[in-house]
Design a protein around this ligand. Structure first.
Ligand code: ASP
Length: 336
């Protein structure tokens, strides 16, 4: 039963990352347990009661979609027992996990908060303790849905991107405002994510989704290779979006679409998103070939959304409908 007393009951799910890392001969590696992490923040008892689950202890470079399903399942199994959930996670792929959990756990009225750190919790100078305390504060508040809490910012799970590899301000919220900020340990909530009475959990992902970053002069070979082996291909193109008109890309995409594959065009530009119809290099892709475009979604969200959608259906119309249907604030572009 959810806790109705003032003190909230939060589940801490450990998955590894720098926050739990120690210095080893071979470099930093996640070794601390969730209980050891908690021991670094004794003041947590004034915020909430915490139970721990050590789900994984991995550098997030080693996290796979199978682990995303494990995380969602772990929360689903214990959803009724807690008021909120904190996942500690490496920063390198945290934005992918946050996006994936946003599709696997939809409409959650309870907070599902991811956090981590740029410096291990045992270091003298570290962001671990502040981030962890802030994550628990947020998990004890009325903050529905999946979010990343990092460096005093609350970012929607579908909008996060790691934009700095070393500084404490590691994440940006792309094409969307922060859900809130933390000031002196108090959550100032700007936006409340939509939620239902209970979340809808999903338990399937199609991992046959690939991402290709274009470079000038690239021919169709790499796209052919990836399309042969996958059900969906996301092409990170240039500017508002398009494909080179020489080198056979159009034929390659045309053939793949006829074979029932999904092709999504997105952009390498971090802010403001795609608008594929604007230039000749993109116009026909959208209007004749039926390629989907990411608009203002992050690449991380597109990867996770496509895995979620293709895990449900391969029907072209349904794939398109689901792709353009907003989930957890992932897409805002006015879709015609
Ligand atoms: N390599 C680490 C990881 O992603 C980096 C970090 O956590 O900041 O697990």
């Amino acid at each position: 039963m959810p806790n109705t007393s003032a003190r909230k009951h939060v589940l801490l799910i450990g998955t590894g990352g720098t926050i739990a890392s120690e210095v080893t001969e071979g470099g930093l590696a996640p070794e601390l347990t969730t209980e050891q992490l908690l021991a670094h923040i004794p003041a947590i008892s004034s915020i909430c009661a915490v139970d721990c689950v050590q789900l994984l202890n991995l550098d997030s470079t080693n996290i796979t979609p199978g682990h995303w399903l494990q995380m969602a399942h772990c929360i689903q199994e214990r959803y009724g027992q807690y008021d909120g959930f904190v996942l500690t996670h490496g920063t390198d792929t945290m934005a992918y996990t946050a996006a994936a959990l946003s599709y696997l756990i939809q409409g959650s009225p309870k907070p599902v908060v991811l956090t981590g750190a740029q410096k291990p919790i045992g270091f003298d100078s570290t962001d671990s303790k502040t981030n962890l305390m802030d994550a628990f504060r947020c998990a004890s508040e009325d903050l529905p849905g999946v979010s990343i809490v990092f460096n005093s910012k609350v970012i929607p799970g579908t909008r996060a991107k790691k934009t700095r590899s070393k500084s404490f301000q590691a994440f940006s919220s792309i094409n969307y405002p922060y859900l809130g900020i933390l000031r002196d340990g108090v959550l100032l909530r700007y936006i409340r994510q939509d939620c239902g009475k209970a979340p809808v959990f999903y338990d399937r992902l199609n991992t046959r989704v690939a991402l290709l970053k274009l470079v000038p002069g690239m021919g169709r070979e790499a796209a052919d290779f990836l399309l042969e082996r996958n059900d969906g291909l996301i092409i990170e193109s240039f500017g508002v979006g398009g494909l080179p008109e020489f080198g056979g890309f159009y034929h390659c995409v045309d053939e793949a679409m006829s074979a029932g594959k999904t092709v999504v065009l997105t952009t390498q530009v971090e802010n403001e998103g795609s608008d594929v119809g604007v230039y000749h290099v993109g116009h026909a892709l959208k209007n004749k070939l039926g390629v989907l475009e990411a608009y203002d979604m992050t690449t991380e969200a597109v990867v996770a959304k496509l895995m979620w959608i293709l895990g449900r259906t391969r029907d072209r119309k349904e794939v398109e409908r689901l792709f353009y249907t907003p989930v957890a604030k992932d897409i805002l572009w006015p879709v015609e």
